[in-house]
Design a binder for this molecule. Structure first.
Ligand code: DP6
Length: 326
């Protein structure tokens, strides 16, 4: 039986940062991302009357209660919708290049939404899958789609979901600079919550978003890599600025993140269309032309090792696969 589902991770170019409703995961702002081919999760769910509790195996290792929390939220919603009472075994394989430390909740929770609904016999639309994935982790709502996707914030569980924006079938790619594979000190969930509650810069962030989002959509339509890059880089810097105003303050940047940003600026001075973005961790993600990925990677080899530099291209939507890639 083929009930393995694959979801690819996505990186936001306009960031999701802050929730209006922490239980339902309704965001404060719309966000827009690019789904990537390089990182994905394969997941299978089996509902089994013989089980007395839900079980999560990640890369063949049984996970503890903390890891199960987001998973249980999605499983409970699926059980409720399908009228199932049995507990579930969830098997998941994260496909990330060795020790990259990029395992993402986006691909994980999107794959789970797909696999759990499939195992329960539910036939959900993309919008329904996006809403379900959102309840596990906000950014997962966007990993239902390939290419560019926009998570429209909405104002309720019904109205908050992602939609496809563009298939990204043009000259755009991303290059990951992996500067650390350590677990982050402040999770994105805690970081955004603290920022919303305590940072005086948060309102400034929110006020600038409509303009960023509209400009980004125009730039994508025109396939203008420089505009996409400039807007994404500024948007990421603004998001990260909010964390410095929080109480207590925090930052996801490490000295190596700054080194990576400097390398990007130097490459720009040499004439390359290359920009950066960062999420809730020290790794830096470059936005550039797909056709220049290898050339840019070669330049960066003077500052970073080969295993720190991972090229990614636009990736596909959630789909069923015959078996997991181990
Ligand atoms: C910085 O989706 O991990 O990557 O909804 O609390 O699970 P929860 O948060 P999560 O946050 C991602 C934040 C971000 C920006 C983004 O992906 O848009």
């Amino acid at each position: 039986m083929s009930n393995w589902v694959r979801a690819h991770t996505n990186i936001a170019l306009i960031k999701y940062w802050g929730k209006k409703d922490e239980d339902l995961i309704i965001p404060m702002n719309n966000s827009l991302s690019l789904t990537l081919d390089a990182f994905y999760t394969d997941t299978r769910v089996t509902f089994d009357d013989a089980l007395t509790a839900d079980e999560l195996y990640l890369d063949d290792m049984l996970q503890d209660f903390t890891a199960l929390k987001k998973v249980k939220t999605v499983l409970d919603l699926v059980r409720e919708k399908a009228g199932i009472r049995s507990k579930a075994k969830v098997e998941s394989y994260n496909h990330v290049p060795t020790a990259a430390g990029l395992a993402s909740s986006a691909s994980g929770l999107a794959a789970l939404a797909g696999a759990a609904s499939l195992a329960a016999g539910l036939e959900l639309s993309s919008v329904e899958l996006s809403r379900l994935a959102r309840r596990g982790s906000g950014s997962a709502s966007r990993s239902i789609y390939g290419g560019f996707a926009e998570w429209q914030k909405g104002s309720s569980d019904e109205t908050s979901f992602a939609v496809p924006v563009d298939d990204a079938d043009w000259d755009i790619g991303m290059l990951f600079i992996v500067v650390s594979d350590k677990k982050k000190d402040v999770s994105s969930r805690e970081g955004m919550s603290r920022t919303v509650r305590t940072s005086p810069f948060y309102q400034g962030w929110l006020d600038s978003l409509d303009e960023d989002l509209n400009a980004m959509k125009q730039a994508i339509k025109k396939q203008d890599i420089d505009k996409v890059g400039v807007i994404a880089e500024q948007n990421a810097l603004k998001m990260h600025a909010t964390t410095l105003g929080a109480k207590p303050p925090f930052t996801y940047w490490s000295p190596d993140s700054l080194k990576a940003m400097d390398s990007v600026r130097a490459l720009r001075e040499q004439g390359y269309s290359v920009y950066f973005t960062m999420d809730a961790g020290p790794n830096v993600k470059l936005i550039c032309r797909q056709s220049q990925l290898e050339e840019i990677r070669t330049h960066l080899l003077s500052d970073f090792t080969g295993s720190q530099l991972i090229a990614a291209r636009p990736g596909p939507a959630l789909h069923v696969v015959t078996g997991p890639e181990l």
